[in-house]
Design a binder for this molecule. Structure first.
Ligand code: NAD
Length: 422
């Protein structure tokens, strides 16, 4: 991940609580269940002393928030970023509870993070910090209790260190099912890399069917050309759509006749940025969002579509690869403009779904082919889209409210069935 930063004026946990409250009202949720869902089950704060390369000790602060496990073990990423906060991980863990319930996979929601700037740390410092954090949270994570994964600025490398530390601490045998997003060599799943973009492309296909949009005459603008954005763009291109605008942190490019994703990827790999791509016009990130197109894919930062620019959005469908790219005020404006927003908790659920497949493969010590993974992903996401769309029609609310409402219904049913004990 790169250059991702939260909008500090918005408290994400307050946003998450507001969303929960709105959904609870719509379904007349039991007051007690609402209270349970408004509080994460456990939030652990840990101090992580690390000997830095200059031989001095630095103490980092880390968190793990476990929101709800009524439907299954907690699941969620670990984020390394200077702006990580306890409020942020609490909100993200609640959103993971919803995301897993919408995808209908047997997990609850969790999220962790360390306040640090990994860009300014050496490989050795990162490894020592990661292993010490794994040690500090080792009593609350586990293959059947809480299964972490990568998030902003973490990836296969960090997951491997965590798996190795945990395995050594807890019985000294290899336990790949502790964590997902691992490299293939130690039990990662084929198809995990593309999973978020692939899942998103399935939701777009389903939305196009419902709205009678022909993908072959559709145009696409994608903000952010990283893991999620690149694969999402490539896979909607494979459905016949024409990518006309793309951007990264340096700015965007536009060509009304179409940009070819394979060639864009090669250009970005070679030059570091999209800017300067031959035959395309340079545009700003603001202009990209306002591009006249059929499909807009925000795949970079939080809070990109706000009340300031929502009125100027010219897409028929927005599919959110990024987490939280649209503010609540903008949502209302887009709904009035009849733009269908496929919200993050549905559109980017392909990532956690293939993480679930990785966990299943690890538990069974078997490995699936990439086709197998992709077919199962298609079935899961198509069903999730249909469930949310039906809820959206039934309650006459936008797709985001419908997604959270559906999740709250599923999680609250599990809480009621299990009951309170002791
Ligand atoms: P990434 O670091 O691979 O890519 C991020 C991209 O955004 C980069 O191309 C970067 O240059 C670009 N960017 C940064 N600042 C920008 C700006 N101001 N304007 C336009 N582009 C900018 O990250 P990623 O894994 O693709 O994640 C992107 C988003 O998708 C995040 O919100 C993440 O939480 C979400 N997401 C990712 C996954 C996944 O599996 N990768 C899963 C679920 C959600």
């Amino acid at each position: 991940m790169s250059e991702l930063s939260a909008n500090k004026t918005i408290n994400p946990f307050e946003v998450a609580l507001k969303q929960l409250e709105e959904s609870s009202k719509l379904i007349d949720l039991d007051e007690g269940i609402h209270k349970i869902l408004a509080h994460p089950k456990r939030v652990l704060t840990v101090s992580i002393p690390v000997r830095m390369d200059n031989n001095k000790i630095h103490v980092f602060t880390g968190f793990r928030s476990q929101h709800n496990d009524a439907r299954g073990p907690f699941k969620g990423g670990i984020r390394y970023h200077p702006q990580v906060s306890v409020e942020e991980v609490k909100a993200l863990s609640m959103w993971m509870t919803w995301k897993c319930a919408i995808a209908d996979i047997p997990y609850g929601g969790g999220k962790g993070g360390i306040i640090c700037n990994p860009k300014e740390m050496s490989e050795g410092e990162l490894e020592r910090m990661t292993r010490r954090y794994a040690y500090s949270i080792s009593d609350i994570i586990g293959p059947h209790t809480d299964i972490p994964a990568p998030d902003v600025y973490t990836g296969g490398k960090e997951m491997s260190w965590i798996m190795d530390t945990y395995s050594a601490l807890k019985g000294n045998f290899v336990q790949p099912e502790l964590i997902t997003g691992k490299p293939i060599a130690i039990g990662g799943s084929l198809g995990r890399n593309e999973a978020t973009g692939r899942g998103l492309s399935f939701t777009v296909r389903e939305a196009a069917n419902r709205l009678k949009i022909n993908m072959k005459t559709s145009t696409v603008a994608v903000q952010g050309f990283g893991n999620a954005g690149q694969f999402a763009a490539q896979l909607v291109e494979e459905q016949g759509a024409k990518i006309i605008a793309a951007s990264d942190s340096k700015g965007g490019i536009y060509n009304k006749n179409g940009l070819q994703i394979g060639s864009l990827r090669k250009y970005k790999e070679k030059n570091g940025f999209l800017d300067g791509y031959p035959g395309a016009k340079s545009i700003s990130n603001e202009e990209l969002l306002e591009t006249d197109c059929t499909l807009l894919i925000p795949a970079a930062l939080e809070s990109q579509i706000t009340k300031k620019n929502a009125e100027k959005i010219n897409a028929k469908v927005i599919a959110e690869a990024a987490n939280g790219p649209t503010t609540p005020e903008a949502d209302e404006i887009l709904y009035k403009k009849e733009i269908l927003v496929i919200p993050d908790v549905l559109a980017n659920g392909g990532g956690v779904t293939v993480s679930y497949f990785e966990w299943l493969q690890n538990l069974r010590r078997e490995y699936w082919t990439e086709d197998d993974v992709n077919e199962r992903l298609d079935r899961n996401i198509t069903k999730a889209f249909a469930d949310v769309y039906q809820t959206h029609e039934k309650y006459r609310v936008n797709m985001r409210k419908a997604s959270i409402l559906l999740a709250v219904l599923r999680v609250s049913e599990a809480i009621k069935i299990r009951g309170l004990w002791p």
